[in-house]
Design a protein around this ligand. Structure first.
Ligand code: NAD
Length: 240
């Protein structure tokens, strides 16, 4: 089968998980769940008050694991897109998320990069080893690799730290001919610059958001992700 695209890259942000019950980050006033980002999402914040930072991510983890929080149709349609492309075409596909929740993988996505890390993982500050975590993380937690307390931190990329897998992401952006950004405010770099890089290398660029973010894309589809994403996926797949 032939696809209209050789390579598709999709970027998602907090907006895709809003309808699953996970609040977005309010970049405009610098608050995330009523906390200043400097306090809870920077290395300096962790150094100044590790107890507060652990409490913050513990609460985010508990919220994510609440039985009412489930992937919505935007997550499941992106998983369907990946599987259909894989079985019916030669189109390459990459899903990049800024989200630290696990709703994409729960919906069935496999070719997924968590560029800002994952809430259900913790990392040893001594060795860099990464472990799963579903319970609360505290300063008393003894690390499995270094056997010390206090060395484990959330495996989350904080402001001022370098996002994960940037080489792989940049290669994909330069090679793609379709790029869509879904539910992201365009305030957090480097993700906010991905559309420009993809466009410079010739991709069609599309923004899906509730409202205008002021970012420059070829097309804008306004509305809830649970409605705009299924429509976009159908549009791509109908041409297979
Ligand atoms: P953001 O919170 O800055 O922006 C969210 C965007 O989504 C806004 O532009 C908003 O208009 C749009 N939006 C809200 N509801 C929507 C809906 N139903 N359908 C479509 N669009 C909708 O998000 P960001 O750009 O991803 O930056 C936030 C940072 O904070 C990220 O780095 C992320 O790691 C972190 N964060 C993650 C989560 C999560 O994992 N779910 C939640 C909050 C914050």
């Amino acid at each position: 089968m032939t696809s209209p695209y050789k390579s598709i890259v999709i970027l998602t942000g907090a907006g895709i998980s809003a309808e699953s019950g996970i609040p977005t980050f309010r970049a405009a006033d610098g608050l995330w769940e009523n906390h200043a980002i400097e306090e809870v999402a920077t290395p300096e914040g962790f150094q100044n008050n590790p107890v507060l930072v652990h409490q913050f991510y513990n609460q985010r983890r508990r919220d994510l694991l609440h039985p009412d929080v489930k992937p919505n149709s935007a997550h499941s349609e992106l998983a369907r897109l990946e599987h259909q492309l894989e079985s019916l075409s030669n189109t390459r596909f990459m899903l990049i998320t800024q989200n630290i929740d696990n709703l994409h993988e729960r919906a069935g996505s496999r070719k997924l990069i968590h560029m800002h890390g994952e809430l259900l993982k913790m990392r040893c500050r001594e060795t860099g080893l990464i472990f799963d975590i579903r319970q609360d993380l505290t300063l008393d937690h003894i690390c499995r690799c270094c056997r010390q307390p206090g060395n484990l931190r959330p495996h989350v990329v904080w402001f001022g730290e370098i996002p994960l897998a940037m080489n792989q992401i940049e290669q994909a952006l330069m090679a793609c001919d379709f790029f869509a950004a879904i539910g992201t405010s365009g305030n957090v770099y480097p993700a906010a610059g991905f559309n420009q890089l993809a466009k410079r290398y010739g991709a069609r660029t599309v923004e899906l958001n509730l409202e205008s973010t002021g970012s420059s894309f070829d097309e804008h589809h306004y509305g809830k992700a649970s409605e705009t994403v299924p429509a976009l996926v159908n549009e791509i797949l109908k041409n297979l």
